[in-house]
Design a protein around this ligand. Structure first.
Ligand code: GTP
Ligand code: MG
Length: 190
């Protein structure tokens, strides 16, 4: 796959607008501000392919990107408290609508902030992925923000905090240093 050929396809604000799942799809899921858009930019080596912001809630639509015959979906983050009730409802509808459609999901990159215990929403999402038997790996984001010692402590803690942790692939990742990019590309190529 030629990562340079990536192109923005379209943005969707409601799940009904989503085109039928015609191509293999890879989705980036996780709470608001966890680093989904940054990860997409790093993997594709493009500074502004996906919009990044220090303000949570930046990505408010499902954005599709396309490389050859693979479609990548940047999802809006869940769990952001400071938007209006109606916006929250729209996001929930969008994310749930996406996952409940019979999409051609080849892989879900489920992002979790390496610094913190998974949130209740993270666990809901993980349990959903497990129950639906969707293929997924966990990306532990913002690895650069931890020292080696803190890193080791968090990796140990995740084994207790994440259900079936010993059976799930977990990839430490940093959009700043590029750690984890090669492993992610290998999974995409597969
Ligand atoms: P929403 O679109 O709101 O759901 O957020 P998102 O998950 O797409 O997060 P985004 O990529 O916009 O990043 C949020 C913030 O975290 C930005 O300020 C990024 O610069 C920062 N960030 C993302 N990844 C990393 C990382 O690996 N290391 C560090 N230090 N900061 C990061
Ligand atoms: Mg985003």
């Amino acid at each position: 796959m030629n990562y340079h050929n990536v192109q923005f396809e379209a943005a969707f604000g409601t799940s009904r607008q989503l085109p039928k799942s015609s191509l293999p799809e890879i989705a980036f899921s996780g709470r608001s501000n966890v680093g989904k858009s940054s990860m997409i930019n790093k993997v594709f080596n493009r500074k502004q392919l996906a919009r990044v912001s220090s303000m949570p809630g930046k990505t408010a639509t499902i954005n599709f990107f396309r490389v050859d015959d693979i479609r990548f979906a940047d999802l809006p983050g869940y769990g952001y408290a400071k938007v209006s009730k109606s916006e929250k409802r729209r996001w929930a509808e969008l994310i749930e609508g996406y996952f409940h459609q019979d999409r051609n999901l080849y892989m879900v990159f489920q992002l979790i902030d390496i610094r913190h215990k998974p949130t209740a929403d993270d666990l809901t999402m993980l349990n959903f992925l497990i129950d639906e038997e969707l293929p997924f790996v966990i990306i532990l984001t913002k690895r650069d923000k931890l020292s080696k010692r803190q890193f080791e402590e968090r990796m140990k803690a995740f084994q207790e905090e994440i259900p079936y942790a010993d059976q799930i692939t977990m990839i430490p990742f940093s959009a700043q240093t590029g750690e984890g990019v090669e492993q992610i590309k290998e999974i995409v190529n597969e």
